[in-house]
Design a protein around this ligand. Structure first.
Ligand SMILES: [Zn+2]
Length: 328
């Protein structure tokens, strides 16, 4: 008898704009079940079509509790690193299908390192994240470095170079840009800081050691997420990337969703400094509203003043930069 074939299916049902998720299987080919006559399985979904209208028969509120996922062990973590690209489709043009984090020669070393620097601790066989590790994940500004698929993206570019669809120069350019921007982000992202009072790096043991006893460390490592006093709590406009509010803070003008969309203008913007200018609230407001801003008396290389129209736009590498046009 041929085997029975199932298809794993997820059904999203919209009930008054509340989405209910159902996971289960659909029987595609009956196969040997034809004879056994036992197709009824608990997780078997009925055949249905996309956008089919269904009746709500009963609504029953249930009180349930989820259980946290099991902590990683060395074995499961290594496996996760090896298999993280497994579910990427072959058709994906941005992430390499089947990519891994590291190689079989380097993965164990990575695990050792995250323990040494104090991001995780081990209890028995299981790994647990430390306060330091949690802080890092929450406030480290370069989110790509936490995105496992970012590895898959780089791997994809490398594989495209191999196929002649991407050049080495482009690849290195992208990496350079990424590093340049990431370093700047880390340098200027001073609003949130890992408290240095609570952890000291011991160069000999290569470990971060909590200065206080562990029970009080939770409180003392709390990150400073307060917005600075100089910031005003009114939005200057809407972020052109994500539509979030752009607010003024001590360091600059940032989208409230900055960590994801990266839209922000630093007050000590190095490029405008070349023209002896600093971005102001008025400039930012105008940029957000009209897409450009008139700025008077910029100082040119020759020392002469000129008026200009500024734009702050994404270049083809996906990073924001200034466009300056003389306004005559
Ligand atoms: Zn935004």
């Amino acid at each position: 008898m041929p085997p029975a074939e199932y298809e794993n299916t997820e059904v999203k049902t919209d009930v008054n704009k509340n989405i209910f998720l159902t996971k289960g299987k659909v029987l595609k080919v009956k196969g040997y079940l034809e004879v056994y006559n036992k197709e009824e399985k608990d997780d078997l979904l009925p055949m249905m079509d996309k956008n089919e209208i269904v009746d709500v028969i009963e609504i029953k509120p249930l009180s349930k509790q989820t259980t946290p996922p099991k902590p990683y062990t060395e074995e499961t973590l290594l496996r996760a690193m090896k298999n993280c690209g497994k579910n990427v489709s072959d058709d994906d043009t941005t992430v390499l299908s089947g990519y891994s984090i590291g190689t079989s020669a380097t993965r164990a070393e990575v695990l050792k390192k995250i323990g040494q620097v104090g991001y995780v601790s081990k209890k028995g066989k299981s790994y647990f994240i430390t306060d330091l590790g949690q802080n890092l994940v929450e406030i480290f500004p370069v989110k790509e470095l936490f995105d496992v698929d970012y590895t898959g993206k780089l791997e994809k570019s490398l594989s495209d170079i191999q196929k002649g669809q991407f050049t080495r120069k482009e690849y290195l350019n992208n990496i350079m840009n990424f590093i340049w921007n990431s370093v700047n982000l880390i340098k200027y992202d001073r609003q949130k800081k890992i408290s240095t009072e609570s952890f000291t790096y011991n160069a000999k043991t290569k470990k971060f050691v909590s200065d206080k006893n562990p029970s009080s460390s939770k409180k003392s490592t709390k990150t400073d997420t307060k917005t600075s006093k100089s910031s005003e709590n009114t939005a200057l406009g809407k972020c052109p990337v994500c539509g979030g509010d752009v607010m003024e803070s001590e360091k600059g003008f940032f989208c409230t969703n900055y960590n994801n969309c990266k839209y922000g203008i630093f007050k000590d913007d190095k490029y405008l400094q070349l023209f002896k200018k600093r971005p102001t609230k008025t400039i930012v407001k105008s940029l957000l509203k009209k897409g450009d801003a008139k700025v008077k008396s910029m100082t040119g290389k020759d020392g002469n003043k000129f008026d200009a129209i500024l734009k702050y736009e994404k270049n083809d590498k996906g990073y924001y930069g200034w466009l300056i046009k003389k306004d005559s």
